[in-house]
Design a protein around this ligand. Structure first.
Ligand SMILES: [Zn+2]
Length: 278
């Protein structure tokens, strides 16, 4: 009798331990640090505990949820804790490249400072593309991208420097934003460029072009290749977008509106997202 009771309690302990093991395995996950700069690692699962280190944006980690919004990680051989709200789960195959999250994206608003770009119909290209660029950057950041602007104010930057900024940052993709001009004021529509030999550049240009046409409803002038400085000198897939024609009165009028700029920014965001496969 006594022996049987012992056996039952041992069985009970075994079941209890297995269920703990299974539940802790189920909570183990892979994730990507999804913050704009860096995520604090703490000694205890609490905001008030000591900071023992930090993880940079885009870092992939294995973690175990400990409840109440915290997860434990192995940090330099010690156990550290991070807030789970700043972790985005990796896909089951661990691939991170199919998400905008964690990507370093350079947004390059064309012209600036004493170079206004195209000027017509009461508009300067440099102003339109800076506004669209900033809106696009904000949207991409909300999706977890690390966005670098070649300029975020009205300043002049050499073409070579724009590419160098992206190369130094080890950027994943480069998106240059422009508006077109032509002697014929009837010229209209949207086009996107890539470097002739860049397959991924072509894919990027084409993903964004599709979204621009969807969002803006402009004439589709297509995806083209060109030996532009920013496309030639960037070490990552790059595209240069011509949103519309400043020299076309109707398109210039649209480009003055925040709804056009917001739509163009949405198209850049969605096009980049579709480039990454979702
Ligand atoms: Zn331009």
């Amino acid at each position: 009798m006594r022996q049987k009771r012992m056996r039952i309690s041992l069985l009970f302990v075994f079941i209890l331990m297995s269920s703990f093991l299974i539940s802790s395995l189920a909570n183990a996950a892979e994730g990507t640090v999804d913050v704009s700069s860096s995520l604090n690692v703490r000694s205890e699962p609490s905001e008030s505990s000591a900071i023992i280190g930090s993880l940079s944006a885009g870092t992939q980690i294995s973690y175990e949820e400990t409840g109440n919004g915290w997860a434990s990680i192995d940090y330099n051989g010690h156990t550290g804790y991070v807030a789970t709200e700043f972790l985005s789960s990796a896909t089951s195959d661990g691939a991170r490249a199919n998400s905008v999250s964690g990507q370093t994206i350079v947004i390059d608003p064309g012209h600036g400072g004493n170079d206004p770009g195209a000027v017509a119909n009461g508009l300067q290209e440099k102003d339109v593309v800076l506004d669209v660029g900033q809106r696009a950057a904000e949207k991409l950041r909300s999706s977890g991208a690390n966005v670098i602007m070649t300029r975020s104010t009205d300043e002049f930057i050499e073409l070579e420097e724009r590419a160098a900024i992206a190369n130094r940052a080890g950027a994943d993709i480069f998106v240059s934003i422009h508006a077109n001009a032509a002697a014929a004021t009837s010229a209209s529509g949207t086009e996107s460029y890539h470097f002739p030999t860049s397959t991924n550049g072509q894919r990027l240009a084409s993903s964004i072009q599709t979204e621009l046409i969807n969002e803006l409803g402009t004439r589709d002038r297509g995806v083209k290749d060109a030996n532009f400085s920013v496309l030639r000198n960037t070490a990552m897939p790059a595209t240069l977008l011509e949103l519309g024609f400043i020299t076309n009165a109707a398109e210039a009028d649209r480009m003055k509106t925040s709804s056009f700029r917001e739509s163009a920014a949405n198209a850049v965001h969605d096009g980049v997202q579709s480039y990454y496969g979702n």
